[in-house]
Ligand binder design. Structure first.
Ligand code: ASP
Length: 580
C-alpha cells in the first residue's frame, strides 16, 4: 500500500496512529541529532522527523534525500513541539519508522514553492514541475470547480452535452483556420473548428433543444498578449427561444457561478446597448466597476477659436476623481502616455477643477470660466477633479479615451479584483465595414439574425442594421457572446448575398446548413463563454495562462514538447505535401 492518508490530512485528533504517506521531498533540515523532512503531495505538506537516538541508520538515510525525491514513509503521528499555524497539518508530525525511496529526482531547475525563483520560460519548459506549485495547482483545481458548476447548472436545466467533430471544413469567414492535411484524400484538408457554431445549429435542427459543450476551439491568429491559439469555450444553443430567454438562462449561470464559488449574490445584471456603451465608455466591453464616464463636449467646446476642437468630429472628456492636484510633470506623463503609438492620440487638453470652484486649463486662452463650467457639467466633474479631453475622428478618439480611462482605473486602484460587475451589451450592429477588403463583414458571424424592424435598412444603410446579438461583459472583459440565429433558408441566403457571397460560394461553403434549413429548422439561438478567461476573472487574475495546464507562449509554441516542429520527409510524402 502506498498510503493510508494524504499529506494534507492528518490532524491532532490522529495522534498515536500508525500511518503511511507518499509524496515529494519539499525541504529537509538538520537540527542537532534530528532531521526534519517536509513531504508534499497535491493535498498538502506533512512534517516527518528522524531522530538519531531512535535509529541512526534511518536518520542517515533521510539525510541523503534530495529535493523532489519521491518517498514512502511509515510512522506514528505525534504532537509537534513547535506548532505551525500556517498549515492545516501544523500541529502534528510523523515519527518515521520506515523510509523507502520510490524514485530519485534531479535537482529541479527552480524552487517548487509558492514564490519561485523560476522565470516564465523555465517554468513553461518544466511545466510538470510548475504544476507541483500551489498557485498553479490551485488554479487548475479552481478551473475544474468552475467547469463542474457549469455542468451542474446546465444539466439541471436539461442541457445535453454533445461532442462535435474537430476535423471539419475550412471556411473563409472569421479568423484564420488551422489546417490538417488528409492522407486518405490527397490534396484535401480538414480545418480545426474556430467554434462548433454550425454543428450546434444542426443539433437544433436535429431537435436536441438544449445543447452545451465544454470544447476546445482553434484560431490561427497573430497572438496578442494573453491569447491562446487553442482555447476552451462553454458553447451553448437553445431552441424555441428569444433573446430574453437566453439572457435569463446565462445570467442565471453566471449568478450560479458567483454564488457557488464566491458566495456572492448579485442583483439583476444591467443592460446597455452597443451604441450607449460606445458613447459612454468608448468600448463595447466597459468595466463598470468605476465611473469616469465619457462626457461629449462638441456642443460646449466648438464655438471658440480653438481650431483643433472645431475641426474634430468628436471632442470628449473624462473626469479623473481627485486628480486636480496633479503636477505639471504628472499631466505631461499622461499626455505622453496617450501619444504613444499604441494609443495614438495627437494631444490632450486638461482642466483642473480647483477646490474653490474655479477652473485652470491648458486652453485658458480660448475658453473662459463659464465655458469650462459646462465641460465640468458634461463630464460630471466635481471640485478637486481633473478633466482630460481628447479630440479627433469619433471612433479613434473613443478608443483612445477608453484606453486612458482603463489605465487610470488601474493606476488609481479602481479595478478591484474581488469586485464583480457584470453587464449585458445588446443590440450590436449586424455588419462591420472592413477597410482592407472594402466590404461588409458579419460583426458576430453570418448566422446572426438582424432585428426585424431594421431589415429595410439592409439595402439602404447596411451599417445601421442592428443584430439580435449580445455579449456578457465582466469587469471589462467580454466573457461570453452570442445571438439569435437565422433559421429561414431564404433569409440565410439573403445574408450571404449581403456579405458578398455568390449563390455558388454560399452553396459550396454552407450548403449543408441551408439544406438543413429546408427540413424544419426551429427558431434558435445561443452563445459561447470563453472558459479560460472566465476562470481567470473569477479567480481574480488577469492572465489566463496559469489556468491552462499546458499553455502556449506568445509565439504560439509549446516550449515543453517543442511544438510546432518539422516532420519527416516520408510523412510529408504520405500526405501528398512532399516537394516534388
Ligand atoms: N460561435 C460563437 C463564437 O464563438 C458564439 C455563438 O454565437 O454562440 O463567438
Amino acid at each position: 500500500m502506498h498510503r493510508t492518508h494524504t499529506c494534507g490530512e492528518l490532524r491532532i485528533t490522529d495522534l498515536g496512529k500508525t500511518v503511511t504517506l507518499s509524496g515529494w521531498v519539499q525541504k529537509s533540515r538538520d537540527l542537532g541529532g534530528m532531521t526534519f523532512i517536509d513531504v508534499r503531495d497535491r493535498y498538502g505538506i506533512t512534517q516527518l522527523t528522524f531522530n538519531s537516538e531512535d535509529d541512526e541508520a534511518l536518520r542517515s538515510q533521510a539525510r541523503e534525500l534530495g529535493r523532489e525525491y519521491v518517498i514512502k514513509v511509515t510512522g506514528t503521528v505525534i504532537e509537534r513541539s513547535s506548532k505551525n499555524s500556517k498549515i492545516p497539518t501544523g500541529e502534528i508530525e510523523i515519527k518515521v519508522s520506515n523510509l523507502e525511496i520510490l524514485n530519485e529526482s534531479k535537482l529541479p531547475p527552480f524552487t517548487i514553492e509558492d514564490e519561485t525563483d523560476g522565470g516564465e520560460d523555465i517554468r513553461m519548459k518544466y511545466r510538470y514541475l510548475d504544476i507541483r506549485r500551489n498557485p498553479v495547482k490551485n488554479s487548475l483545481l479552481f478551473r475544474h470547480k468552475v467547469a463542474q458548476e457549469v455542468r451542474n447548472y446546465l444539466s439541471s436545466l436539461d442541457f445535453c452535452e454533445v461532442e462535435t467533430p474537430y476535423l471539419i471544413k475550412s471556411t473563409p469567414e472569421g479568423a484564420r483556420d488551422f489546417i490538417v492535411p488528409s492522407r486518405m484524400n490527397p490534396g484535401q484538408f480538414y480545418a480545426l473548428p474556430q467554434s462548433p457554431q454550425t454543428f450546434k445549429q444542426l443539433l437544433m435542427v436535429g431537435g436536441l433543444d438544449k445543447y452545451f459543450q465544454i470544447v476546445k476551439c482553434f484560431r490561427d491568429e497573430d497572438l496578442r498578449a494573453d491569447r491562446q491559439p487553442e482555447f476552451t469555450q462553454i458553447d451553448c444553443e437553445m431552441s424555441f427561444v428569444e433573446q430574453e430567454d437566453i439572457l435569463n438562462v446565462f445570467e442565471g449561470m453566471t449568478r450560479h457561478l458567483l454564488k457557488n464559488i464566491h458566495g456572492i449574490e448579485l442583483e439583476q445584471f444591467p443592460r446597455m446597448t452597443f451604441d450607449e456603451a460606445m458613447r459612454t465608455y468608448g468600448n463595447d466591453k466597459p468595466d463598470i466597476r468605476f465611473g469616469m464616464k465619457f462626457g461629449e463636449l462638441n456642443a460646449v467646446a466648438q464655438h471658440k477659436d480653438f481650431a483643433i476642437f472645431n475641426n474634430a468630429e468628436l471632442v470628449v472628456g473624462i473626469a479623473v476623481p481627485e486628480a486636480a492636484s496633479y503636477t505639471r510633470k504628472q499631466i505631461d506623463e499622461l499626455t505622453d502616455w496617450v501619444k504613444r503609438p499604441q494609443v495614438g492620440a495627437s494631444g490632450m487638453v486638461y482642466v483642473k477643477c480647483e477646490a474653490d470652484g474655479t477652473f485652470k486649463s491648458s486652453v485658458d486662452k480660448f475658453y473662459d470660466q463659464s465655458d469650462l463650467a459646462k465641460w465640468a457639467e458634461a463630464t460630471g466633474a466635481k471640485a478637486g477633479d481633473l478633466i482630460l479631453v481628447l479630440s479627433g475622428p469619433a471612433n479613434k478618439v473613443r478608443a483612445q479615451l477608453s484606453a486612458l480611462r482603463m489605465e487610470l482605473g488601474n493606476r488609481l486602484g479602481l479595478r478591484k479584483p474581488d469586485e464583480f460587475a457584470p453587464l449585458w451589451v445588446i443590440d450590436f450592429p449586424l455588419l462591420e465595414w472592413d477597410e482592407d477588403t472594402e466590404r461588409y463583414h458579419a460583426m458576430h458571424h453570418p448566422f446572426t439574425s438582424p432585428k426585424v424592424e431594421d431589415m429595410p435598412l439592409l439595402d439602404t444603410d447596411p451599417g445601421k442594421v442592428r443584430a439580435n446579438a449580445y455579449d456578457l461583459v465582466l469587469n471589462g472583459n467580454e466573457i461570453g457572446g452570442g445571438s439569435i440565429r437565422i433559421h429561414d433558408k431564404d433569409m440565410q441566403a439573403l445574408m450571404f448575398k449581403h456579405l458578398g457571397f455568390t449563390p455558388e460560394q454560399a452553396q459550396d461553403q454552407f450548403g449543408f446548413l441551408m439544406n438543413a434549413f429546408q427540413y424544419g429548422a426551429p427558431p434558435h439561438g445561443g452563445l459561447a463563454f470563453g472558459l479560460d478567461r472566465l476562470v481567470a476573472i473569477l479567480g481574480g487574475q488577469e492572465t489566463i495562462r496559469d489556468f491552462i495546464a499546458f499553455p502556449k507562449n506568445n509565439s504560439g509554441r509549446d516550449v515543453m514538447i517543442d511544438a510546432p516542429a518539422t516532420i519527416a520527409k516520408e510523412q510529408l510524402d504520405e500526405l501528398g505535401l512532399g516537394i516534388k
